[in-house]
Design a protein around this ligand. Structure first.
Ligand SMILES: Cc1cc2nc3c(=O)[nH]c(=O)nc-3n(C[C@H](O)[C@H](O)[C@H](O)COP(=O)(O)OP(=O)(O)OC[C@H]3O[C@@H](n4cnc5c(N)ncnc54)[C@H](O)[C@@H]3O)c2cc1C
Length: 390
């Protein structure tokens, strides 16, 4: 095998590319795996710009199973990713997620809760009275209650990314700082990539892990993916009244969500229909001041007085067909694999997605069958249904 060829090319070295590289090397450390990543600082990667939440609370069976696997992985992540005695610190805090619903959302929430319970998940239904008792700052008037996942929680996304990356490299995966400008094809097969530097690399397998850039990358091979980059803004708040202890990630029926962050701060966000499509990373306080603060203060009157400290914008790679992952080989281009379209839940799905793609490539059995997310559903226009997207 010459220096311009390998077994697997991974386009994008974010959480998806790095977990895929790790699981490939873990299955077979004789594989030649090359990860192409133009920005090793990950300054615009969704992974590093995420809010680091992992939750069991979904309504689609496979999304719940994926999170159960993630929980197991995260519990032993620091030990499993230790390299030369150096252990990552992912700051995994299982502080819960509380999904609040109004009357209109109650039935769907209870159905999801029943499914989660049937799969062995620890989840509870909380009345408004219980919510008020547990979190006295909250004002749940007008709500029907909420589902609480005590084992849901958050982690340091950069540390998880670096953990996978360092371990994958220690097992032999090669990271190259370069951008893929074209996927090279020969008839119905992907055979390699052309890089911004002008070089070409060939491989039997090419995996698209380019996050919000996934559709642009796929288009160079004539593949149209329903994946759009959509700007999401996060706001960091210093409230005059501090909650006693941590707050779970609390999601209002409108989609507004917030949680406590280290240092006594609050992180807040909300996906909105008017969020612009495109590679726009600009951030401003207008939306928070005009819309989100009043909404927050209605639910938590004590947060009426606060200081907006800072914030940032990152991109969701929104799967416009159904908001769910697209996982597997593109049916009309052999050797071209996709791990795309994770919208707002890719961080928590990376362990299972990376492992599944590596099993497909290595021809191994799947302890967790994720074929429901197969790319064929795009061509067949058969969306999956998931009510728990944020
Ligand atoms: C504000 C915000 C909050 C979020 N909160 C959560 C959360 O709480 N929980 C959760 O699970 N998920 C969350 N997400 C979603 C999650 O961050 C993403 O789904 C996940 O990080 C996607 O990982 P990725 O590796 O696919 O993409 P990325 O992390 O974006 O990595 C893709 C990489 O591909 C590289 N790339 C792009 N083009 C090319 C090319 N042509 N050649 C080579 N490389 C290329 C990029 O440089 C980038 O590093 C959030 C996202 C945002 C924006």
């Amino acid at each position: 095998m010459n220096k311009n060829s390998c077994d697997v090319i991974i386009i994008g070295g974010g959480i998806m590319g790095s977990s895929t590289a790790y699981y490939l090397m873990n299955h077979d450390d004789s594989l030649k795996v090359t990860v192409l990543e133009p920005d090793p600082t990950y300054s615009k990667a969704s992974t590093t710009l995420s809010v680091g939440n992992a939750r069991i609370q979904f309504s689609l069976r496979e999304n719940i199973l994926v999170s159960q696997y993630t929980f197991d992985v995260l519990e032993q992540f620091e030990d499993a990713m230790t390299v030369d005695g150096k252990k990552p610190n992912i700051n995994y805090r299982r502080e819960g997620n509380l999904f609040l619903v109004d009357d209109a959302g109650r039935d769907l929430a209870k159905q999801a809760l029943a499914l989660q319970k049937s799969l062995g998940c620890k989840v509870e239904w909380w009345s408004t009275q219980k919510i008020k008792e547990r979190y006295p700052l909250f004002e749940p008037k007008g709500l029907a209650g909420g589902s609480f996942g005590p084992l849901d929680g958050h982690l340091d996304p950069y540390a998880v990314l670096m953990g996978y990356r360092a371990k994958a490299r220690s097992l032999g995966a090669k990271y190259i700082k370069n951008q893929v400008v074209e996927i090279i094809t020969a008839g119905p097969r992907a055979t390699g990539v052309r890089l911004a530097s002008g070089e070409r690399l060939s491989a039997a397998f090419v995996v698209n892990c380019a996050g919000a850039w996934a559709a642009d990358v796929a288009r160079t091979a004539g593949v149209n993916l329903p994946v759009e980059p959509v700007k999401r803004q996060i706001f960091v708040l210093d409230t005059a009244v501090k909650p006693k202890g941590s707050l779970p990630l609390t999601i209002l029926p409108s989609g507004l969500y917030f949680r406590t962050e280290t240092g006594g701060l609050i992180l807040l966000g909300k996906s909105m229909a008017e969020d612009p499509v495109g590679f726009d990373f600009s951030w401003d306080d207008k939306r928070f001041m005009e819309t989100l603060w009043p909404e927050l203060a209605e639910f938590v009157p004590a947060f009426d007085t606060l200081k907006l400290v800072r914030g940032w914008a990152g991109l969701y790679a929104v799967n416009t067909l159904d908001g769910n992952a697209i996982l597997g080989e593109w049916p009309v281009l052999k050797g071209f694999y996709l791990a795309n379209g994770f919208s707002g839940h890719g961080l928590m799905q990376a362990p299972a997605a990376g492992r599944y793609i590596s099993e497909l490539i290595c021809g191994r059995p799947h302890p967790l069958d994720l074929s429901i997310f197969k790319p064929e559903r795009i061509l067949e226009n058969k969306p999956l249904s998931e009510d728990g997207l944020i």
